[in-house]
Design a protein around this ligand. Structure first.
Ligand SMILES: [Zn+2]
Ligand SMILES: [Zn+2]
Length: 346
């Protein structure tokens, strides 16, 4: 199969002919029709995540095929594979675990630590190719007649936003929830928020255009991320029951935790990086909790696709490009020149 393969960290992707594995028992082959390009692809391409004073290296075997936001058509099902029939349009849940350990059986495949790693487009070949081999056919989620590309986007940016919103829980419905950072995932969360939580949403971003977008999607206020701006909101609505940080930088952490009510939740999704220091006594004294959220569960992915198929979620702007232009798409995303989400078409 044709693929845009990564042969070395930081190097341009290379067009390559790769051998497609057969679908073994319980497995599936999907013909890729859309592969979303995600910010985390940039980190994987760099070869590391920024952990403040250290770089956390990425372990990937080369050649690698990036692309964890995958949509396509079921082409082949292995023996005994349950799941949508051959020909069905599907989104592929990429955050696969071993499917056998306690964590996986509890539905948290995305947190499985049983080697080898299996996440598609990270440890295993992903969507920047004509086909993708899926180790468990139950990772295929039927998408019916959903507009092309939306199923792909649901699998990372959508799912990450959705799962983070779910972690808010059920605070009193009049208390505000703060969403920090209106980039791709943050805006996606903005569009999903009404389907998950009745609480008023306040968006914060340094970019006025992004604040505008947040207001269009239903934020009750969109502010600059400063305590002065927040105090005006809090004077009316009270402190935040929860804040979701889609940036994950020291500055957003300082601002967002300052906006929380006593007993509030700080949910971190963004991987911008760096380090934050905090007075440890503030945790018990305020008290608040800090919660990390990593992508999402398979059942959450199914729930999200159901919401999208029901038309409950406005579609984000999609920027389609041929897979052969993966390198320029990566460059544009790095340079911040992309409006909406890039979807590569093999
Ligand atoms: Zn992603
Ligand atoms: Zn497992």
């Amino acid at each position: 199969m044709k693929a845009q393969a990564m042969t070395a960290f930081g190097a341009p992707l290379t067009p390559m002919e790769l051998d497609l594995p057969k679908a073994g028992p319980g497995e599936a082959i999907v013909r890729v029709t859309s592969a979303g390009l995600c910010h985390s692809d940039l980190h994987l391409h760099d070869g590391y995540f920024d952990f403040g004073d250290a770089r956390q290296p990425v372990a990937i075997e080369m050649p690698a095929v990036l692309g964890h936001e995958i949509e396509g058509e079921v082409m082949e099902l292995g023996e005994g594979a349950s799941g949508p029939p051959v020909g069905a349009r599907v989104a592929v849940y990429p955050w696969l675990g071993c499917n056998a350990c306690d964590t996986c059986r509890a539905g948290d495949q995305q947190m499985c630590i049983v080697p080898p790693r299996r996440a598609l487009g990270v440890a295993k070949w992903g969507g920047m190719a004509e086909y993708v081999h899926v180790p468990f056919a139950d990772a295929l989620i039927p998408i019916g007649d959903l507009a092309p590309g939306l199923g792909a986007l649901a699998m990372c940016s959508g799912l990450t936003a959705f799962s983070a919103l779910k972690k808010i829980g059920a605070p009193p419905p009049e208390q505000p929830v703060l969403l920090l950072g209106m980039g791709g995932v943050g805006l996606m969360a903005m569009t999903l928020a009404k389907s998950v939580s009745p609480n008023p949403i306040v968006a914060a971003d340094i970019d006025p255009a992004k604040r505008e977008a947040a207001l269009r999607y239903g934020a009750v206020a969109a502010i600059e991320p400063t305590m002065d701006a927040w105090k005006k909101v809090a004077a009316q609505r009270g402190p935040a029951a929860a804040a979701i940080d889609f940036v994950g930088a020291p500055a957003t952490f300082g601002f967002g935790t300052g906006a929380l009510k006593r007993g509030g939740k700080y949910i971190i999704v963004g991987l911008f990086g760096g380090k934050a220091s905090l007075p440890l006594a503030s945790l018990p004294l305020k008290p608040y909790s800090i919660i990390g959220s990593y992508v999402g569960r398979l059942d959450e992915a199914c729930e999200l696709i159901a919401l999208m198929r029901a038309g409950a979620v406005p579609a984000p702007p999609i920027n389609e490009r041929p897979l052969a232009e993966a390198n320029s798409a990566i460059d544009d995303l790095r340079a911040g020149k992309v409006v909406g989400r890039v979807v590569l078409k093999p």
